[in-house]
Design a protein around this ligand. Sequence first.
Ligand code: FAD
Length: 292
Amino acid sequence: MQSIFGDISYKENELMSRHTTFRIGGPAKYFFTPETDEEIFKIISICRSNNIRFLIMGNGSNMLFSDQGFDGAIIQIYNNYSIIDVREDGIYANAGALLSRLAAIARDNSMTGMEFAAGIPGTLGGAVVMNAGAYGGEMKDIIEYVDILEQDGTVKRYDCDSMEFGYRKSIVSRDKIVLGAKLKLTKGDKALIQARMDELKEARSSKQPLELPSAGSTFKRPEGYFAAKLIDDAGLRGYSCGGAKVSDKHCGFVVNYDNATCQDVLKLIEQVQDTVEKKFGVRLEPEVKIIL
Ligand SMILES: Cc1cc2nc3c(=O)[nH]c(=O)nc-3n(C[C@H](O)[C@H](O)[C@H](O)COP(=O)(O)OP(=O)(O)OC[C@H]3O[C@@H](n4cnc5c(N)ncnc54)[C@H](O)[C@@H]3O)c2cc1C
């Protein structure tokens, strides 16, 4: 029988645990890894006209999928869509390019500005959506413009100001798709860039539980507080629900230490929220995108 997606290839019933850093999530009915703008647009229009739910993802490093999976189409904008163009004053890349790769290319070209992002395990698209940041830098500091596929199929260029970047947020909602972005970088000293990258890598691996699956910081930083400190002070270091637990190494991370299910993580998130709220009157908000 002819597929409704014509000649576009996809996988059926692909486990989302294979595509998320949490290693959690049941099967997606359709799983696409498109290579071109046209393919992305075609998949979406077919989904829309057939009432198929769809969702874009990058490296799945900030996502928690349900154990039941996703009854629709997952469109992963990743390696297949990751052309990188080094320019005089920065780098233009397609949304699927990994930040680690972009940071390495910037360094190889003696361009500074991306050091903060080298250890964030996401794609450029995901980092733009989340305004990802670390160690005093965030995407909004280096974005010159972003190309976005709009719901009507047109591609619109947004300059940094019109992206409405805030703490872990941007203008990109479910009906907008990041296709690519121009990063503005300046000339720097390759050895110094490398040294800063090494320093941040060391800081990350000494403080974060990188040896276990997670989605990074589970909660947003509440205004005036640090989520990890609140969780620690509430006595929740190492607290577990099923196979999910508050990392012993960094209380801001929920880790999947023993085949955790999505339910385990959700239960743990709720218990952390309730305990912290009871003790300190602050309701922690998940940073991780929960897809049920
Ligand atoms: C060990 C670890 C450390 C981390 N450290 C940091 C850190 O220091 N700082 C930080 O900010 N984050 C950190 N994170 C979280 C995560 O890496 C970032 O949020 C990252 O930017 C997500 O990118 P992604 O490609 O994995 O996006 P995904 O997790 O795949 O998606 C995130 C969101 O963006 C949407 N999306 C993804 N791509 C597109 C696109 N092209 N168009 C439209 N929507 C899209 C998805 O629908 C989803 O809503 C960490 C995660 C881990 C596992």
